[in-house]
Write a protein that binds this ligand. Structure first.
Ligand code: F0G
Length: 449
């Protein structure tokens, strides 16, 4: 059957508030046309991020009730540790309050000025945490993956020729680790093939450089491997995920994505000496190693979520639903980053609104119009976020896990197609005021006539 159904039923509901177009126009004006500044009560469908916004299951809520809040040695930690070790095989499991805390600890221990850290694409916080140590973060995507319209099955694959060249140029002494982001969030939620993970792992082992996965969306990546890579169709998602982790020496992880948790992260490693240094830093800023800045109940929710996310019915629905949104707008003339990724659809606003130059923020204009028209919140990933470093003018529609139904998705499709019909009437924006750093979170805009 073709109909996509949610592999769950709804036991507890959360109302969302309808507003009318006049109210939304006033809300936009008050927020300086920056959707980050709109109270979430005024949003009908919130596609700002898939991070920390998942709906938890009855089993997760039940586990939360048995969360043990002991400062040291909580059984909730041991349950999490064994769930993570069964999945990843990593010797040391260090909980953190979210993914970027794991990144900060890992890079503080490993990176120095003069170091270079390659990845397929570093996520913003990963890059920022590397740069904060004085090291350089380098993205190694092949040229064809940068074309938003190229239809490649594994558009997140790292360019391994470029990786080998980078190691030759800098020497192993200057490369403290190699990272691979699965799926590649900044590249459109595109998956990385097992063959590529194996190739990067082999290069890293040969050079004696530790290899880490940024594993935030490991389960979605595993599903793409099952669907697209020859030889894996009969594997379970768990078997694929286990193999992915077995090729690495450690990982950073945000439990706010593929663990269905609202908060939490993990830093894992096989290196016992490193683990001691990491735990010392953890105690300084996060907490004792058996809670890492989380409540015992959070550890329980993550442990259960890590198991649930690998259920084939869930992953089938998840990837099909994201693709449904992408195909239904792209096949009706809205250019997206092709093919649809795992957790989000990215509209190529530069292509959709060629009359608005990057300096007047086409993706921001589209974000504002989608909110004004239908109460949908999305996020600009273009010149507002990256200034002159922006490669494309994208609008991300990130889909929270298990939160919205297919009828919500249909509503989003309809809204986007209606805005697309009158896209020529959309105008540009200029910045009316901005802070020194990370301006996209708080700057204010002025619409141009
Ligand atoms: N790595 C990747 C690939 C991510 O997408 C994120 C977060 C992080 C690391 C950091 O994890 O938020 O728990 O500290 N991405 C969110 C997003 C914020 O909206 O894409 P965190």
């Amino acid at each position: 059957m073709k109909t996509i159904i949610e592999p769950f039923r709804i036991k507890s509901v959360e109302p969302i508030r309808q507003t009318n177009a006049a109210e939304r126009a006033a809300i936009l004006e008050r927020a300086g046309y920056n959707l980050f500044l709109i109270p979430s009560d005024d949003i009908l469908i919130d596609l700002l991020t898939d991070s920390g916004t998942s709906a938890m299951s009855t089993s997760q809520w039940a586990a939360i009730m048995r969360g043990d809040e002991s400062y040291a040695g909580s059984p909730s930690f041991y349950r999490l540790q064994s769930a993570v070790q069964n999945l990843t095989g990593f010797r040391h499991v260090i909980p953190t309050h979210q993914g970027r805390a794991a990144e900060r600890i890992l890079f503080s221990v490993l990176c120095r000025k003069g170091h270079v850290v390659p990845s397929n694409t570093h996520f913003d916080t990963t890059r920022a945490n590397i740069e904060f140590t004085g090291a350089e973060a380098v993205d190694l995507l092949p040229a064809e993956a940068l074309d938003t319209q190229a239809l490649l099955p594994f558009k997140g694959d790292m360019d391994t020729v470029a990786l080998a060249r980078l190691i030759d140029t800098h020497g192993t002494g200057r490369i403290p680790l190699i990272m691979l982001t699965v799926t590649n969030n900044s590249g459109g939620g595109q998956p990385v093939s097992m063959a590529n993970i194996e190739a990067v792992s082999a290069i890293a082992r040969e050079a004696g450089i530790p290899f880490y996965l940024d594993a935030c969306r490991f389960a979605e990546n595993a599903w793409f491997i099952r669907e697209r890579e020859p030889g894996y169709a009969t594997w379970t998602p768990r078997e694929i995920a286990c193999k992915m982790f077995s090729l690495a020496d450690g990982c950073t992880f945000s439990a706010k994505k593929d663990a269905f948790a609202n908060i939490g992260g993990l830093l894992c490693t096989n290196d016992s000496k490193l683990a001691v240094q990491e735990k010392n830093l953890l105690i300084l800023t996060e907490g004792f190693p058996t809670y890492g800045g989380l409540a015992g109940r959070d550890l329980e929710a993550i442990a259960v979520g890590l198991d649930e996310v690998l259920h084939p019915d869930y992953l089938h629905y998840r990837i099909a639903s994201t693709s449904y949104l992408g195909r239904n707008i792209a096949d009706h003339g809205v250019p997206i980053v092709e093919p649809p990724g795992g957790h989000a659809i990215y509209i190529d606003a530069g292509r959709m609104l060629p009359h608005i130059p990057p300096t007047l923020f086409p993706a921001q204009s589209l974000a504002v119009e989608l909110y004004r028209h239908a109460g949908i919140r999305s996020v600009e990933i273009g010149s507002v976020m990256f200034g002159e470093h922006a490669r494309n003018e994208l609008l991300r529609l990130a889909i929270p896990r298990r939160v919205y139904t297919q009828s919500h998705i249909d509503y989003v499709v309809e809204a986007i197609l209606e805005v697309n019909e009158r896209k020529a009437s959309l105008g540009g924006y200029e910045i009316a005021g901005q802070p020194e750093f990370l301006r996209h979170f708080s700057c204010r805009f002025r619409p141009l006539a």
